[in-house]
Design a protein around this ligand. Structure first.
Ligand code: GLN
Length: 192
């Protein structure tokens, strides 16, 4: 199993380590050639505007979209969740200029928890991960404001959707790579 971790910006080393702990081979991806031979790909947290811009400059957007269209599983965390969404809002505006992969039928709002609660941790109940709650670290996190038909909601924080799946695509608003709990990484490895 070859997992690629997009390594242009953000928390990619932690993801690589988490997948290695799961027993998968994980490598960093910065160029289109490095997508060759991958079984699945992770888009880490960071800053979605920067990441989108760099993905455009490094000619990665179209090749990744192509592989995803062929069914390659993709996991987006935090800024990566934003990169997976088809619609993005910030406050009352939708941000038309953000370059994304547009793989999941959902609307997300950036920095949606507001300044007062910039970063926080919470225990979440996540569908498919068993009884034990998952400790989730949120850092200037987005959340999913609308999940269209076909998008399965896996976890909420209060009434806010923070983890969802659509076929081979998985997205969470928090940072599973920053805790020792590998259940979400393992779950991603089972997606087809
Ligand atoms: N606020 C960031 C964004 O909008 C996401 C933060 C993160 O990935 N921790 O891209």
């Amino acid at each position: 199993m070859q997992v690629g971790v997009l390594a242009l910006q953000g928390a990619f080393r932690e993801h690589q380590r988490a997948f290695e702990k799961c027993g998968a081979a994980a490598r960093q991806v910065r160029k289109p050639e490095e997508l060759k031979g991958l079984d699945r790909l992770v888009i880490p947290g960071g800053e979605s505007t920067v990441m989108g811009k760099l993905m455009g400059e490094f000619n990665l957007l179209e090749p990744i979209k192509g592989l995803a269209a062929e069914g390659m599983p993709v996991f987006g965390t935090c800024a990566g969740l934003i990169m997976l969404a088809k619609r993005i809002r910030q406050g009352r505006q939708t941000s038309p200029c953000l370059a994304t992969l547009s793989l999941m039928d959902m609307e997300v709002e950036r920095n949606a928890f507001g300044r007062q609660v910039d970063s926080f941790e919470a225990d979440l109940s996540v569908t498919g991960l068993g009884e034990q709650p998952l400790r989730a670290v949120f850092i200037r996190a987005p959340y999913i404001t609308v999940a269209d038909d076909g998008v399965e909601v896996l976890a909420r924080y209060g009434d806010k959707i923070v983890c969802a799946r659509q076929g081979p695509f998985l997205a969470c608003a928090f940072h599973p790579e920053l805790t020792d709990d590998l259940r979400l990484h393992r779950f991603f490895l089972t997606l087809k």
